[in-house]
Write a protein that binds this ligand. Structure first.
Ligand code: NAD
Length: 315
């Protein structure tokens, strides 16, 4: 059973901003890909640019595949294409492996893994960090949960897309770690945006603020890699949508609830990003949250006014 791993033929589902460059790395490394995206134009464009084969359905992709990679918006989409009619579970043979590289919810991942195991299909969660640029050059980080023996069989596939492969423990721990990473990342972006706008109002130049943060203790991934590139330039083109970031924060807040850990800032952060998604729209780039904070009308202002009213203070 071990001798055909990793197989030369892989199924790959989800050719969005991240799926395309990740699939392109696999093609360059010599894997034969069978592709599916519910938007057929994406697989047609990929096949024209990189080769590979477009599958007409999930069932066609799954038949004969030993490994299927999913890069979908969330765990709900992964469960739909796995458990739904003509889905992966009906069409994959025993001994197959599904690698879910989407940022899915860890509790749902554990439940899905248990269902798949009853059908002798293994699930590995291997979400990634690094964004589109690092997906292109194969230097993503991946945090991988699941059975160690299964992971070691698919590791060469993961190493084609990721420079750093971290084993996190049992199934679901990769997805948990990814949500926690994005919680820290989203909090850092939001607070740095507020600092930038406060500083500008006091008369500091925005470029200067970013330069000083980046040479000081306030620096974070957003100040280094997002502010000048996507926010000050107003390009808002990081390739990671506001809707997906808000989803990750809901996952992190749900994880806090599931573990019973007190985490007031986690909840506030999830609430702020959810409000931003509601006001700006989920398809905007996540770096566009500054548009909500510019002009003084902040997502948190309603909450602050409510708090003052409850304490009998004037706004
Ligand atoms: P995306 O929205 O650009 O792409 C998702 C793709 O999935 C789309 O092409 C869509 O048509 C397809 N899809 C959705 N439902 C489907 C279904 N039922 N069947 C088949 N195809 C379906 O998203 P993305 O930016 O590529 O992100 C994918 C995942 O990776 C998300 O979980 C996201 O949170 C995570 N992620 C994104 C980034 C980033 O920088 N964009 C970085 C790390 C992790």
């Amino acid at each position: 059973m071990m001798d055909f791993f990793p197989p030369s033929r892989l199924g790959f589902i989800g050719l969005g901003n991240m799926g395309r460059p990740m699939a392109a790395r696999l093609v360059s490394a010599g894997y034969e890909l069978q592709l599916f995206d519910k938007d057929a134009s994406l697989s047609e464009a990929f096949v024209a640019a990189h080769g590979a084969t477009g599958a007409s359905s999930i069932a066609t992709l799954a038949r004969g595949a030993k490994v299927v990679i999913t890069m979908l918006p969330d765990g709900k989409a992964v469960r739909e294409i796995t458990l739904g009619r003509d889905g992966l579970i009906e069409n994959l043979s025993p001994g197959s492996v599904i690698i879910d590289m989407s940022s899915s919810d860890p509790v749902g991942t554990r439940e899905l893994g248990a269902v798949l195991l009853r059908n002798k299909i293994a699930l590995v969660d291997a979400p990634v960090s690094g964004g589109v640029a690092r997906a292109r050059d194969g230097s993503l980080s991946t945090m991988v949960g699941g059975d160690d023996a299964v992971i070691s069989r698919v590791r060469p596939i993961l190493e084609t897309m990721a420079k750093h492969v971290f084993l996190t423990g049992p199934l679901g721990t990769g997805h948990a770690m990814k949500a926690l990473n994005n919680l820290v990342s989203a909090g850092g972006l939001w607070i740095a945006t507020e600092a930038l706008l406060i500083g500008e109002r006091f008369g500091l130049s925005s470029e200067r603020i970013v330069d000083i943060l980046n040479a000081s203790t306030g620096r974070n991934n957003s100040t280094e890699n997002k502010f000048k590139q996507h926010i000050l330039s107003k390009s808002f083109a990081s390739g990671f949508s506001l809707g997906l970031m808000a989803k990750d924060l809901r996952v992190a807040a749900d994880l806090a609830t599931a573990t019973g850990q007190a985490s007031p800032l986690t909840r506030l952060c999830a609430e702020l990003w959810n409000e931003a998604e509601g006001k700006l729209g989920g398809s905007q780039d996540h770096t566009a949250i500054i548009k909500l904070l510019e002009g003084g009308a902040t997502a948190g202002s309603a909450r602050q006014s409510r708090g003052k009213a409850e304490r009998g203070e004037k706004s």
